[in-house]
Structures are given as C-alpha cells and as structure tokens.
Unconditional design. Sequence first.
Length: 163
Amino acid sequence: MATPQITWYPPHVVPSALPVVPRSYHEFYRAPRLRWWKPLAALGLFAVAVVAVILLVTLAAYSAEVTAGRITPAEAMAGRITPVLFLANNVGLAAAIPLAIGAHALVYRQRPGWLASIQGRFRWRVLARFVAVIRRSSSPGWPWSCSSSAGLLNCTPGRRPGS
C-alpha cells in the first residue's frame, strides 16, 4: 500500500503596510503592501463619503429651515444663507477629517496615527505648543482678541491698550 503524497506549502505571509526600509517623508506609502490602485481607491472612497455627508447634513438643515419658515426655496436658490445653513456647511466640512482617517485606515490598513504624524501617533505636545502660541497672540495687546466659550472660538477686533 502506497503512502499518500503530502505537499507542503509555506504559510501565507502578509506584506507589511509600513515601509521596511528608511524612506523620506513623501515616500511613506512606498511599502511592500502598496498597490497602484490604493491611492485611487482612497481618494474615491473619501470623495464619495464627503459628498454624501455634506449632502445629508445640508439637506437636513435646509428642510429644517424651510419647515420653520426662516427661508423659502426661492431665497435658498438665490444664495441666501441662514446661520443654520452656515453651521451645516461647517459641520459637513469638519466631517471630512474623520472620513479621511477612515478612508486611510480602510484602504491602506495602517493605524490612523500615521495619517496625523510621521511618528505614527497624534503629537499632543506639538498641539499644546501651537495652542500656547495662539493664546499668547490673542492677548489684549494684539489687534484681534479671541476667547473660547462652549468649545467655540470667538474672535473680535480688539483695541490696543491705551487707545
């Protein structure tokens, strides 16, 4: 009786999503897992998601404004913007940040921190330095005075001391 022939295959090794050799900053995505279609897929996914979110947020705000009687469809078509529509526009644009992180993580299979920094994590100390510079520049001696309340930054023209 003949023994069955067993063929051995090496285990499937998934290539690294990160560069395996030192690279310049602009060559970060040149990793073994990079394929020619990934940048196109990430851009397409991001574009579709941003358009969909902005459209949904804007349509919700538009219908709320029309229902409340603050704007008519003719005024909206003429370009009149209400504060709620302006807020909807800003919310839609702000949604682009998490959508970019999601498209990056989904297509490139890298941790989201690599999109924020070349160190692979969000750099809180750098942010703290930037915030300190902004806070210092918004002192009463500067032409613009900024204050933060309820998480919103409010900047108004300020007066110089002694004027």
